[in-house]
Design a protein around this ligand. Structure first.
Ligand SMILES: *[C@@H]1O[C@H](CO)[C@@H](O)[C@H](O)[C@H]1NC(C)=O
Ligand SMILES: *[C@@H]1O[C@H](CO)[C@@H](O)[C@H](O)[C@H]1NC(C)=O
Length: 493
């Protein structure tokens, strides 16, 4: 989808080395001249580029723009590899069934479902289409087929295992083994669990999130997870269609855009206890919400300590400062992938004062979006699609969506993803605020801090040194955040 605008042209014509060098030199001198001549007017020009909905003509490229802010790292011939190895066999256990209740928000459910495909394969079972979480914070009544393309899911995994829509009538009434599988388990654990088949024909899995380890699983199981997530688990046709349309709409306004997962939503701020920059009344409202939400265990939080520790989502203003420091021009189009921003327009205007061209999906296709309004998961699916397709993806906080989008972008060719170093940033934001830094040293520090946080190819990270036991699995980088090396290969396979 979309013209990514990174094409490099090569001339194959024979020209003498001397004239090439001369042309390059002259071109360079001319560019420098044009650059210095125009930079003095840039600010005014960019103010004029502010989004207007009537604007139909091809968006122009600013010749003076620093291209490096848009360019993804080189991926050195790496490519997706999800085909099974020669020794791989489909699971044929037709008459044993795994039923699953998927829990969490959209992306937690998506990765959980991909894991359950792998688990059903290891346990040699038929997978019944999972039930989705309807009671979580998301309060969404969508079923599997509302969100995903059910028939495609079944068909795409035909060579791996059997998937059916519902349990056969005669099986429905049989007693089921109800299991909470242990988090981050390996293949050995699930092979042991096949003992349950001696007594039961149906196993019901009560929770699907993080049931499978990130590492040390057979290559074919890891690749099956990738086939499930990246190729079988497509969104339903209406969601895919609208997602494509929204991306096209964006591209008619802006050749390139940043997708910003601005996790500055009420639930997130309340849960993390982050009240920096808020009024006392707002801080109190968030505290009361936390107090009342039973499943949030930690009630007393020191906001200052949270922020210094790097545990708070960046505020809209901080995002503005951050992007400016990285070199994004004020004309940059920023798509906001998020629910409702806490503090609404007042807070958002702090980002808009740096980047006026802020776009929400509601500004792109209002009538079609009405159907999605009461379905948080479906709206999140649109944000997911637009984020995966963006030129640059920036999450303001870590979380399931940020991880899933980053991983998918790595898989598709290491598209640029900038992960803010929130702990480091807070320190220099405060120095800037205190007048200890000028604009250019601030910018220099921000760029330095993020040199290696732009989604360049690297293997998935293990747990930090010194961590032992079960905490290890929890602290490893998530498989779906970076499926390299198993599903990203350097040689043709
Ligand atoms: C899977 O189940 C089928 C039939 O139920 C059986 O024939 C096959 O041997 C089983 N495979 C494994 C690896 O246990
Ligand atoms: C919160 O933590 C900061 C930094 O450690 C400290 O200075 C402040 O007194 C704490 N506030 C409260 C209310 O405990």
């Amino acid at each position: 989808m979309g013209n990514r605008g990174h094409t490099q042209y090569r001339t194959t014509r024979r020209t003498s080395n001397f004239s090439i060098t001369l042309y390059i030199f002259l071109f360079f001198v001319l560019s420098m001249f044009v650059f210095f001549y125009y930079t003095k007017d840039i600010v005014e020009d960019e103010q004029k580029l502010v989004l207007t909905s009537e604007k139909k003509e091809e968006p122009e490229f600013d010749e003076n723009e620093d291209n490096s802010v848009w360019e993804a790292s080189k991926s050195h011939g790496l490519h997706p590899c999800i085909k099974p190895t020669a020794k791989y066999k489909a699971a044929l256990g037709w008459n044993r069934y795994l039923t699953v209740k998927s829990n969490g928000g959209l992306n937690q459910m998506r990765t959980g479902i991909a894991d359950m495909v792998a688990v059903a394969h290891v346990m040699n079972a038929t997978l019944v289409i999972p039930q989705l979480d309807k009671r979580s914070f998301w309060q969404d009544s969508s079923t599997f087929s509302d969100i995903f393309d059910e028939n495609h899911f079944i068909k795409a995994l035909r060579g791996d295992l059997m998937i059916i829509k519902e349990l056969p009538k005669e099986i429905e009434s049989l007693p089921r083994a109800r299991k909470h599988f242990t988090s981050w388990s390996g293949v050995g654990y699930y092979e042991e669990m096949t003992q349950l088949w001696k007594e039961h024909q149906v196993i019901h899995v009560a929770k699907s999130d993080s049931r499978l380890a990130n590492n040390e699983l057979p290559l074919d199981i890891q690749r099956l997870r990738c086939r499930a997530l990246y190729s079988a688990l497509r969104f339903s046709p209406p969601i895919e269609r609208l997602g494509k349309k929204l991306v096209e709409q964006l591209r008619t306004r802006a050749k390139r855009y940043v997708a910003l997962h601005l996790r500055y939503e009420k639930d997130m701020l309340s849960f993390t206890g982050c009240t920096y920059g808020l009024t006392d009344a707002e801080a109190e409202e968030l505290r009361v919400m936390r107090e009342k939400t039973n499943h949030w265990k930690i009630k007393v939080i020191n906001s200052t300590e949270q922020r210094i520790g790097g545990f708070c989502p960046l505020t809209p203003k901080e995002v503005g400062l951050f992007l400016q420091a990285l070199g994004y021009p004020p004309s940059t189009f920023i798509y906001i992938a998020a629910g409702e921003i806490y503090g609404g327009n007042t807070r958002l205007s702090e980002l808009k004062s740096y980047f006026p061209n802020v776009v929400f999906k509601e500004m792109l296709a209002t009538p079609e979006l009405r159907e999605f309004a009461n379905h948080a998961s479906q709206a999140a699916a649109l944000d997911y699609l637009i984020s995966v397709e963006s030129d640059v993806f920036i999450p303001s906080h870590s979380g399931n969506m940020a991880r899933a989008v980053e991983g998918h972008r790595r898989f598709l060719g290491h598209r640029k993803t900038i992960t803010p170093d929130r702990k480091g940033l807070v320190e220099i934001f405060d120095q800037l605020e205190a007048g200890q830094l000028d604009g250019s040293s601030f910018s220099h520090l921000v760029r330095h801090l993020h040199k290696n946080r732009q989604g360049a190819p690297r293997k998935r990270a293990g747990a930090p040194p010194g961590v032992r036991g079960r905490a290890r699995s929890r602290l490893e980088e998530s498989f779906y955040q970076n499926p390299y090396p198993e599903c990203i290969c350097s040689s043709r396979e």
